[in-house]
Design a protein around this ligand. Structure first.
Ligand SMILES: *Cc1c(COP(=O)(O)O)cnc(C)c1O
Length: 364
């Protein structure tokens, strides 16, 4: 029996093989390998797609978070960053790289995202920024969090690594906060053929600052006008690949949501097995995640039925061995770490494969 894989990136390549090869070959011939015309074009396309004024390519989603936090914390002078502990640890890494202290707020049991209520309890005078992760592709109540934070002079960073293409009332995830971050790691909904990331903002001062910081702090060549500079560039080949793929994101997200809805239907009536819904455009359908009572048993059952699974994420940030003690109490976050289970979800899954996963769910 072949296994239904959690993901299969080669199928995504096959779907656009000719266009991708042509785009990469054109870059090779052009003699421009960093911040050339393909990069400028992708930045403009992404800004238009998101409805923001400026997008900036960087080397990864983690670099985008690191630069975003450095820029907003320098502006406000705060020393702490409020975020969720169930979102893979990327924000924690970025905060620590900047010498900022991560402060964890719990998440909603329903969405597994931060809410204005959980964020409010974590805010104090030390907080420079809140990072809202639109987890698994689902948009958090970012409008509510922005209103709360801006009232108190706290910046909001949207981590859209999992939510590119999600929108509410016609406004894209990534267009609500002070700045948004994206990852083009190959498994993301818009994936490169290597690493890549981007920043998005409509604040011109912040955009200029970030643009300088991603390249040594330069405004012009060899003129260091901004502190906190580094080298974090999205290369020309990756930008060209991303331009080929960006036009498919919305259709792919729709297919992802349809797959998740099939799983949710299959799980109805299965005790202790709830698939987190992905019903409308406010969900990019990045991961199909179930909350299951007896995860080890369910994983075994699915494996025996040829269904690949994974756990996003098994260890919350505050429980990582490098986390300082004492650890805060985050009951919803901790429950999720022990009970979430990711099911196969990518646009090129066949209907037969989806049906096989549904059968395995229904018999779990
Ligand atoms: C993947 C991911 C990142 C990090 O992106 P990289 O490009 O791998 O550095 C950050 N945040 C979230 C929520 C992610 O899923």
């Amino acid at each position: 029996m072949t296994t239904v894989p959690l993901n299969d990136l080669a199928r995504g390549h096959a779907e656009q093989a000719t266009e991708l090869r042509d785009a990469v070959a054109a870059v090779m011939r052009s003699g421009w390998y960093v911040q050339g015309p393909a990069h400028d074009r992708f930045e403009a396309e992404l800004a238009a797609f998101l409805g923001v004024d400026r997008c900036l390519g960087v080397a990864s989603g983690t670099d985008a978070l690191t630069l975003a936090l450095r820029a907003v914390a320098d502006r406000s002078g705060g020393a702490a960053v409020v975020t969720a502990a169930n979102a893979g640890g990327y924000t924690t890494a970025a905060a620590r790289l900047n010498g900022l202290r991560p402060v964890y707020a719990d998440v909603s049991p329903e969405s597994l995202c931060l809410t204005p209520g959980t964020v409010e309890r974590a805010l104090d005078d030390e907080v420079a920024a809140v990072v809202v992760t639109h987890l698994y592709g689902r948009m958090a109540d970012v409008e509510g969090i922005v209103a709360l934070c801006h009232e108190r002079g706290v910046a909001v960073v949207e981590d859209c690594a999992q939510s590119i293409g999600a929108s509410r009332d016609g406004r894209a995830a990534g267009s609500f906060g002070d700045v948004a971050t994206f990852s083009f790691y190959p498994t993301k909904n818009l994936g490169a053929m290597g690493d890549g990331g981007a920043l998005a903002t409509s604040d011109p001062t912040l955009a200029d600052r970030l643009q300088a910081m991603r390249q040594y702090g330069w405004t012009g060549k060899y003129h260091v006008t901004h502190p906190g500079g580094t080298n974090s560039r999205l290369d020309e080949v990756q930008a060209a690949v991303l331009s080929v793929r960006l036009p498919l994101v919305e259709a792919h997200n729709e297919r992802r949501r349809a797959i998740i809805s099939r799983y949710a239907t299959a799980a109805e009536g299965v005790a202790g097995f709830r698939v987190l819904p992905a019903e409308d455009e406010a969900h990019a359908g990045h991961l199909a995640v179930a909350v299951v009572e007896d995860r080890d048993r369910v994983r075994d059952h699915l494996a025996r039925h040829g269904v690949g699974t994974d756990v996003h994420y098994p260890v919350p940030d505050h429980r990582q061995p490098i986390s300082p003690t004492p650890t805060p109490a985050l009951p919803v976050t901790e429950h999720a770490a022990d009970h979430v289970l990711s099911l196969p979800c990518f646009p090129q899954l066949t209907d037969d494969e989806v049906a096989r996963v549904c059968d395995a769910i229904a018999s779990a």
